[in-house]
Design a protein around this ligand. Sequence first.
Ligand code: C5P
Length: 409
Amino acid sequence: MTQPFSEQSLSIASEPPIILGITGSVAAYKAAELARLWVKSGRAVDVVMTENACRFVTPLTMQALSGRPVCQDLWRASEDGMRHISLSRSAAAIVVAPTSADFLARLAQGRADDLLAALCLARECPLFVAPAMNRQMWFNPATQRNVAQLVADGVTLLGPDYGEMACGESGEGRMLSPQAIVDAVVRWLRNASSASAILARRRVLITAGPTFETIDAVRGLTNRSSGKMGFALADAAARAGADVTLVAGPVNQPTPMGVARIDVTSAAQMADAVFSRAEQTDVFIGVAAVADFTPTNIIDDKIKKDKNEILTLTLAPTVDILDELGRRAPHIFRVGFAAETQNLAQFGEEKRRRKKLPLLIVNHAAEAFSSDENEVLLLDDHGQHPLPKMSKRALATRLIEEIAQRIDS
Ligand code: C5P
């Protein structure tokens, strides 16, 4: 049935291995099938089991199916004393299937109290979790809180599925089928690697956040943009290997790793920062909610309050950075964002044509500005392409893939 280890290992292609993490859940038996499918697809699998996982499926079974030694112990002496770091360095991804409620909680807290948790914490590769638990445990607010935290941290959630469970109840909480897990991870890795191949060392310039247009010494005009979407895109583009420069309006967001950040305040400063880098830019993504108007004259002091006086603010239009960049630097692949409150597709498409953009991403203004999630519609020369609602981090990864595909076509 199972091939001898040496023969099986020889049949495995040279792609980086998948780390298959198994935690304590009845669905652990399905991990055996998962390991078999990975090996069959030509991927090497390093299995890492928690202590509780070993109560449900034996390390010997997993070793026989993966053809490689199973890792369990953070503390076991080996030639490589830093296994929690070295194992994930060479991996394409960590897939924890099944992921118990307890392991979701430990991941969300960033704990490192066994080898699998330490590996997840020390990883550089993507992490996928396939939850499997009783439906009450799944819907418990604590689990949902942990899942939301993990998704916000960039972890990809696979399932759970709906159906009959080991406890005899039916509902949501069943682990996704092994084949569905393999398909989802393979698709994700394929898209990510083609985006990386296309974007590697391309110079990507992104604007993010609101602008602030000064009225007087203490007041100004701004908007509710949080900058989350633009920062998530900068992070995703940098992870895909691009040289990313982020021109940020006044926001309270941490700078993504490997991204050069330029802080600006006004629309005019944002425009200067962008135009001065046009020569060194291959791709421009205008995510910032740039003010369309700015006061014609700035008062140096604080305007005094006079209850009997009606003040008039005179505003002049700002330069449309995205549009003007197309005129100044036609070599740049420009991507626009549009936040609309109605007729998203129609207003978005009119904007895309007016600004002559190969791609415009349109979303609902209220949701886009306030939420950690977003649902967008992509508009290009071939029409409309809706994407399902997802976290801004997951969406950013997806959008970078969509942008990469269009650059390449
Ligand atoms: O026309 P509208 O402002 O809705 O277009 C939104 C798109 O244009 C966004 O990509 C935004 O970053 C960009 N924009 C710009 N400069 C402006 C106004 C909008 O780059 N002054």
